[in-house]
Design a protein around this ligand. Structure first.
Ligand SMILES: [Zn+2]
Length: 373
C-alpha cells in the first residue's frame, strides 16, 4: 500500500550517476482484452530505448529487460494500475499494484518518478483507523478499499487486572488508582503517536475502534484538530485480523462515503444545469473527453454501455456511425465503453471517481464529469 512516508524516502533516492526507470501501466483487465498491455509495454519500452542517449541506455538496458520479463510472467496477478521503479545500478526494484487506473508512461531519470503515486494519495480519500484498549493499540491505514497495519503500540508497564493483590501489595483502592494512572500514561502515548502519524501521512479522516469505555477516554484526550477528523467508531477485538477489522469498520466508512458521494452528485447536477464546467450523461461526457477537458470523471460502478471506437484514433461514440468524424477511420464495436472512457480520461490527467450506488446519478444518466474548461 502507498504511504507518504515511503514515497518521501523514495523521492530522496537520487545519487550520482545512477539512473532509474519508472513505469506506469494500465493493466485493467476490462480495458485490456487478451492482456494487450503486454504489447503496449513492449512498444513503450522499445520507444524508450530508441529515444535514449546511448550512454544512458547502456546503464538502464537491464532495467528495461527486467521490466518486460516481469510483466510477461506475472500477467495474471495484476489490478488496474501497475507502477514499477527500477534501478539495476542501485540494486533497486519496487512495484506498486494499484486499484485505480494510471496513465501509461515510462520515465528515465536520475531520480524515480513518483508524481502519479503522490496524486493517488492526494486524490483518493485515506482513513486512519485506531484500534485501542487499556494496554495496547494498533494503527491502520485504509485506502481504496484496502487496509494495512501501520504500527503497534504497547505500553509495557500497564499492570493487568489479574495481578491484583500480587507483588504490588497495594490496597484495593490504591491499586485501582495505580492501574488508572498507567492506563492514562498508555493512552497519552497512543494519542501522541496518533498525532504524529496523522500529520506525517496527511490523513484527513479517523475511525476509532475498541470498547466503548476506552474510546470515550481516548476521545476526551484528543486535541480538537484530531477530534474533528473522527467520522465514527466501532467495536472490535484487539487481536482481530486486519480484514476482520476492516469489515467491522465498514458501516462507518460506507456511511461517510455515501454522504460524500451524495454531495458530489448534487454539486455535479447543480453545476451541469447552470452550465458551469460540468456535464451529465454519456454523450456530453464523450464530447468533453474528445476535447480533453475532463477534470474529474464520475460514474456508477455498475453502469455498462456498449459503443463504438475508432480503430485509428480511438475516438469513442455511442451512436451508430460507420466512420470516424475526426479521421474517417473505421469504427468498431466495443463493450466496455465506460472503462475505456475512464482510461482515456486518466491519460488526459483526470481523476476517476467510481460511485457504488446513487439514485440521483442513476436517474440522470449514471455518468458525469467536472470540467477544466
Ligand atoms: Zn478516428
Amino acid at each position: 500500500m502507498l504511504s507518504r512516508e515511503e514515497l518521501k524516502e523514495i523521492a530522496k533516492m537520487q545519487a550520482g550517476d545512477a539512473f532509474f526507470v519508472s513505469l506506469y501501466l494500465n493493466v485493467n483487465p476490462m480495458t485490456n482484452i487478451k492482456n494487450n498491455y503486454v504489447i503496449h509495454v513492449k512498444n513503450m519500452l522499445k520507444d524508450t530505448a530508441e529515444k535514449l542517449d546511448k550512454i544512458v541506455l547502456k546503464k538502464v538496458n537491464s532495467d528495461l529487460e527486467k521490466i518486460e520479463s516481469y510483466i510477461i510472467t506475472n500477467k495474471r496477478a495484476f489490478k488496474k494500475g501497475l507502477s514499477i521503479l527500477s534501478s539495476s545500478e542501485k540494486n533497486y526494484w519496487k512495484e506498486f499494484h494499484l486499484s485505480v487506473p494510471v496513465k501509461n508512461e515510462i520515465i528515465v531519470d536520475r531520480a524515480p518518478y513518483i508524481k502519479p503515486l503522490l496524486d493517488i494519495l492526494d486524490n483518493y480519500q485515506r482513513y486512519a483507523l485506531l484500534l485501542v484498549d487499556r494496554e495496547s493499540a494498533r494503527l491502520f491505514i485504509v485506502h481504496l478499499g484496502e487496509i494495512e497495519e501501520y504500527s503497534e503500540i504497547h505500553t509495557e508497564d500497564v499492570p493487568g487486572k489479574h495481578k491484583k493483590g500480587g507483588w504490588f501489595a497495594l490496597s484495593g483502592k490504591s491499586y485501582e488508582r495505580h492501574i488508572d494512572y498507567h492506563v492514562g500514561l498508555h493512552l497519552k502515548d497512543v494519542v501522541k503517536q496518533l498525532e504524529t502519524f496523522l500529520s506525517r501521512e496527511y490523513v484527513g479522516r479517523l475511525i476509532i475502534g475498541g470498547s466503548e469505555g476506552t474510546i470515550k477516554k481516548v476521545k476526551a484526550m484528543l486535541p480538537q484538530i484530531v477530534a474533528d477528523k473522527i467520522i465514527g467508531t466501532f467495536q472490535a477485538e484487539m487481536f482481530a485480523k486486519s480484514n476482520e477489522i476492516l469489515e467491522k469498520a465498514q458501516p462507518v466508512l460506507q456511511a461517510f462515503e455515501k454522504k460524500k458521494e451524495a454531495e458530489t452528485v448534487n454539486d455535479l447536477l447543480t453545476r451541469s444545469m447552470k452550465n458551469e464546467n460540468a456535464v451529465i450523461g454519456i454523450e456530453d461526457v464523450l464530447n468533453a473527453l474528445q476535447e480533453g477537458s475532463i477534470m474529474k470523471l464520475i460514474f456508477l460502478k455498475d453502469y455498462k454501455q456498449t459503443g463504438l471506437s475508432c480503430k485509428n484514433c480511438s475516438y469513442l461514440n455511442i451512436q451508430d456511425i460507420a466512420s470516424c468524424p475526426y479521421c474517417k477511420g473505421e469504427m468498431q464495436k466495443v463493450n466496455y465503453i465506460i472503462e475505456l472512457t475512464a482510461q482515456k480520461a486518466v491519460e488526459q490527467g483526470a481523476i476517476v471517481d467510481i460511485i457504488p450506488e446513487n439514485k440521483t446519478l442513476q436517474e440522470s444518466g449514471s455518468i458525469g464529469a467536472f470540467l477544466r474548461f
